[in-house]
Design a protein around this ligand. Structure first.
Ligand code: HEM
Length: 346
């Protein structure tokens, strides 16, 4: 009997260390990618088993265009290329990426080992177009100094927020993940008083307590990201953001990663942040944090990765959803990667 793999694990508690690796896949390498998927659980087990107390886990996400290259049959209903946003002041670019590896643990060495194992298997078949090593900063703070992750749902609420259900039965148990790499202007941020910073975020800095509604500006980060449906239901996502940086290069960032059962929820948050509600009223956090990447991926279940055809064949002769045009594609080469610092060819 095989042990369960720490694969396709959607975060429940904040990690201490993480590696976020975005990869483009070369045309013609589809067989190798399917083989890697089948072996991914074994690779994760081989690293995790040696240090079970350090909770290594990994999710593998697949972008829309690679999905269509890899699989015949239906595509996850909400999977499409990242939708770039252009607000009056700030933009959210979409950048190239076919695969996302989100590797997390209590120790960076475990993340490094598993990410390296994946990279070794992909040598000659793809390129790492972005790689971020995230670390825990004091009591779950981002590099702006605020505690990040407090309002994440947990337990059954988190499961409801992130896992696809009966609305898309072939892909039930999977999830969508949206990532963006942000760089902070810490000089401008540090020039604010703590009280001004608190009005940008919508929470107190030291205590992490939310500002009362009367004191919380409607362009604060917390206000922009509170999504309530017409029937009064609050829609949630699970975030697992990590700080990262390079001191000598004066690079200080937050890697945003959000999981959701329906990507529309995260996209509504992004619209509020970048376009504003009403338009023009953008999230103040963007005046100090610039998005330099953007990608949307589907995280299939571990069972799907192990044997996709067993799942897809059960779907019957459904129509293949049409491709949503207009996002960045690996076929278009290294598109719009702008400010990325690391790009290594395998
Ligand atoms: C520069 C990047 C970002 C930073 C530094 C950041 C930081 C924070 C902080 C400090 C909080 C308050 C504590 C908490 O509940 O976690 C927060 C809340 C939140 N953020 Fe972000 N965030 C970033 C980007 C984003 C993005 C891109 C999204 C969505 C697309 C997002 C969604 C949320 C949500 C849903 C909440 C909880 C709101 C609530 O219900 O109170 N964040 N973020």
């Amino acid at each position: 009997m095989r042990r369960p793999a720490p694969l396709q694990y959607v975060p429940e508690a904040p990690a201490r260390a993480a590696i976020f690796m975005v990869v483009t896949v070369r045309p013609g390498a589809e067989d190798e990618i399917r083989e890697l998927f089948a072996d991914a659980a074994g690779l994760a087990r081989a690293v995790a088993f040696r240090a079970p107390e350090d909770e290594l886990s990994c999710t593998v996400g697949v972008g829309a265009q690679l999905w269509d290259r890899l699989f015949d049959g239906p595509r996850p209903a909400g999977l499409h290329p990242f939708r770039a946003l252009t607000g009056a002041v700030h933009t959210a670019p979409g950048t190239a990426g076919d695969l996302l590896f989100h590797v997390r643990a209590r120790r960076l060495d475990l993340c490094f080992e598993l990410a390296s194992q994946f990279a070794r298997r992909l040598a000659g078949y793809g390129e790492v177009v972005d790689e971020v090593h995230g670390f825990r900063y004091f009591d779950q703070r981002d590099l702006l100094g605020f505690v990040d992750g407090t309002e994440n749902p947990t337990g059954a609420e988190a499961a409801e927020a992130v896992f696809v259900g009966d609305e898309d039965p072939v892909f039930a148990g999977g999830s969508y993940v949206l990532v963006q790499k942000y760089l902070h202007d810490l000089d401008a941020w540090d020039a604010l008083t703590v009280e001004e910073q608190e009005r940008v975020i919508g929470r107190h800095k030291l205590s992490d307590v939310e500002l009362p509604d009367a004191d919380k500006p409607d362009n604060s980060h917390v206000a922009a990201n509170t999504i309530v449906d017409a029937d009064g239901t609050e829609r949630q996502i699970v975030r697992d953001n990590m700080p990262f940086g390079e001191i000598g290069a004066a690079e200080f960032g937050t890697y945003f990663i959000g999981y959701a059962a329906d990507p529309d929820v995260i996209e509504r948050m992004l619209t509020n942040m970048f376009i504003g509600d009403p338009p023009g009223n953008h999230d103040r956090i963007l005046d100090f944090s610039r998005a330099v990447t953007g990608g949307l991926f589907f995280v299939p279940t571990a069972e799907f990765l192990d044997d996709p055809s067993a799942v897809l064949d059960s779907a019957g002769p459904e129509a293949v959803p049409a491709v949503d045009a207009g996002g960045p594609s690996c076929a278009e080469g290294s598109l719009a990667i702008g400010d990325l610092k690391r790009s290594s060819a395998w």
